[in-house]
Unconditional design. Structure first.
Length: 227
């Protein structure tokens, strides 16, 4: 088992509390990762994870990134926790410097894209008629547009769960990332870096999903360095 730093969400901003759903822990153990939870109140999150000899980073789901991080006014973002943004940005600085694999889940995809110079649609439902429902209990299909991922999963489409109200299309995507999964409305659901070991999915593989087996195959292959 490899030890990875795992970020946490923040709830109750009056009395900020860091938390992580247990489903993440179960998923990570299934794909060979021991999670080290990183609090958002640390003065030196980089020193904390280096002292414990982690080997990678997982950016989990949760509230929205502060729009000031990418030069926008708030236009539908919610659940903002600036201390979480700061922790994740500093951990990404370290992860890239160390050459660690980085896995992003839901918000994690958005964080990676923003960190690498991309942007974000802050509220998909506000663009009425342009996008499918993405914050829904109903799964939707995504097209696997990357030949390597399609070959790995022996599929051209994947049925995924969907629990996000923000998103990235080609217009917002960082030039350093390539999409491997795209919804029919143009929302990008999976990305990987052109040269570095960074991969993220917009869906939630830790939650009940029709793509559970494929998700684990994908994430395991990534962690083995096969993508």
């Amino acid at each position: 088992m490899r030890l990875f730093a795992v970020t946490m969400d923040v709830r109750d901003m009056r009395r900020p509390t860091d938390y992580l759903r247990r489903a993440y822990v179960r998923l990570l153990q299934e794909i060979g990762v021991t999670p080290l939870l990183v609090p958002n109140a640390l003065d030196d999150p980089q020193g904390y994870v280096m002292a414990l000899r982690v080997e990678g980073l997982v950016l989990t789901g949760g509230g929205d990134v502060a729009p000031t991080r990418y030069g926008q006014a708030n236009d539908g973002s919610r659940g903002i926790a600036p201390e979480r943004d700061e922790t994740e940005w500093r951990l990404l600085d370290l992860a890239l410097a160390q050459g660690w694999p980085v896995l992003g889940i839901c918000r994690g995809l958005q964080v990676l894209n923003l960190y690498l110079g991309g942007s974000l649609i802050q509220d998909l439902p506000a663009h009425k008629g342009r996008f499918l429902p993405h914050d829904s209990d109903d799964p939707h299909p995504v097209r696997l547009v990357d030949a390597a991922v399609s070959a790995l999963l022996n599929a051209e489409t994947l049925l995924t769960n969907t629990y996000h109200h923000q998103g990235v299309t080609a217009a917002e995507l960082s030039s350093e990332l390539i999409p491997f999964a795209v919804c029919s409305d143009g929302v990008i659901e999976g990305v990987r870096h052109r040269t570095l070991p960074l991969l993220a999915v917009q869906w939630h593989p830790e939650r009940p999903t029709p793509s559970a087996q494929a998700d684990r195959r994908l994430l395991s292959a990534f962690l083995r360095g096969e993508l």
